[in-house]
Ligand binder design. Structure first.
Ligand code: NAP
Ligand code: ZN
Length: 352
């Protein structure tokens, strides 16, 4: 091994099983930190991309954009972090830093194109490799501090599932006077429930069954309904100020839009590969909003981590070893995870 070779879980081609191998990380640039990764969360987006559900993906692929670890080395111009700091990296690792969006702390919408943590093309032309690995080199601009009190394992999923729910809940006014519904209680959804409740909203969980009702209550939800029951849709018609849709599959939008109050907003963060089908009357009729939301900027990601620490919330996780990741993907798709798988990357044992 050279100094920058690190163990990694790599997929050689679409939907193939993971291989435990090694990859090379770059020499530190002046503003880079090297992070010894401890845990990487499994996001449903990893599965969409490994299985090419969003179109063609580059292979070999090392997924992982919910990264938590400890700084092991810093570049010469790094000012924000020191060796030993507990840090996280989310979905992005670079952006131009100069455009209107970057200056507004919305790097995810960089006009030059932000560089995704994996399966993205860096400004150097290299395809990025993500967090299912032993270490990573990242510009300090894309690193967040994990507050004391948050374990690295339960904090890792906050770097995607946390910010992806925090950003729209904040933007669309989840708070003491708001009735908020969260559709789907998976990795994103369970964080949406915890965060919306911590913001003071009255939270309703709309899940396919009531199997997660007890957990939903423990996370701060006031009500739980099964979306398989027709009565749910009559009882809750016109109820919500805000609906956060975290479902990874297609949904009958019209049925859910009918649950909003006039002027209410339904914000989609789930990214199924099918188009939305929305009769115009279901939004025009009562001046409703159908919106989307994409992760969040780095400053807001730090704000979210601090918010979670302050409110004593983090992801509910199941920790797995490297040889369990293929099976975990199938379980996530089957809805059989409570509520985020987190890989202990120290278990990656390269076989080649
Ligand atoms: P997940 O853990 O698999 O959770 C998705 C939840 O959706 C499931 O737990 C399930 O909840 C519900 N669901 C799944 N299949 C369904 C179906 N056929 N019909 C109805 N409900 C279904 O996934 P995740 O990691 O939270 O990600 C959710 C989605 O968000 C994915 O599409 C992912 O790519 C996307 N995402 C978007 C962003 C962004 O920036 N916008 C960031 C990260 C991820 P119940 O069992 O409670 O019904
Ligand atoms: Zn994600």
């Amino acid at each position: 091994m050279t100094a920058h070779t690190t163990p990694a879980l790599s997929v050689p081609s679409a939907s193939a099983p993971f291989r435990q191998t090694t990859i090379e990380r770059r020499d530190l640039r002046a503003d880079d930190v090297r992070i010894d990764i401890a845990y990487a969360g499994i996001c449903h987006s990893d599965i969409h991309q490994v299985r090419e559900e969003w179109g063609t993906s580059p292979f070999p692929m090392v997924p992982g954009h919910e990264i938590a670890g400890v700084v092991s080395e810093v570049g010469e111009s790094v000012t924000r972090y020191a060796v030993g700091d507990r840090v996280g990296v989310g979905c992005m690792v670079d952006s131009c830093g100069e455009c209107e969006m970057c200056r507004a702390d919305e790097e995810q919408f960089c006009t030059k194109g932000s560089v995704m943590t994996y399966a993205g093309e860096g400004y150097d032309g290299e395809i990025t490799m993500g967090g299912y690995a032993g270490s990573v080199a990242v510009s300090e601009r894309f690193v967040c501090r994990i507050p004391e009190g948050l374990g690295l394992d339960a904090a890792a999923p906050l770097l995607c599932a946390g910010i992806t729910t925090y950003a729209p809940l904040k933007r669309w006014g989840a708070g003491p006077d708001a009735r908020v519904a969260v559709i789907g209680m998976g990795g994103l959804g369970h964080m949406g429930v915890k965060i919306a409740a911590a913001m003071g909203a009255e939270v309703t969980v709309l899940s396919r069954t009531l199997a997660k009702a007890e957990d939903a209550r423990a996370y701060g939800a006031a009500h739980q309904y099964s979306t398989k029951e027709e009565a749910t849709f009559t009882e809750l018609a016109g109820s919500f100020d805000l609906i956060l849709n975290t479902v990874s599959a297609d949904l009958p939008m019209e049925d859910y839009l009918a649950l909003l109050k006039p002027f209410g907003a339904m914000v989609n963060v789930g990214i199924p590969n099918s188009p939305y089908s929305v009769p115009p009357g279901s939004v025009v009729g009562q001046s409703k909003v159908l919106a989307g939301s994409m992760i969040g900027g780095i400053a807001m990601t730090q704000e979210m981590l601090d918010f979670c620490a302050e409110h004593g919330i983090a992801a509910t996780i199941e920790t797995i070893s490297a040889d369990e990741v293929d099976a975990a993907y199938d379980k996530v798709v089957a809805g059989d995870v409570r509520y985020r798988y987190v890989i202990d990357v120290s278990t990656i044992t390269p076989t080649d």
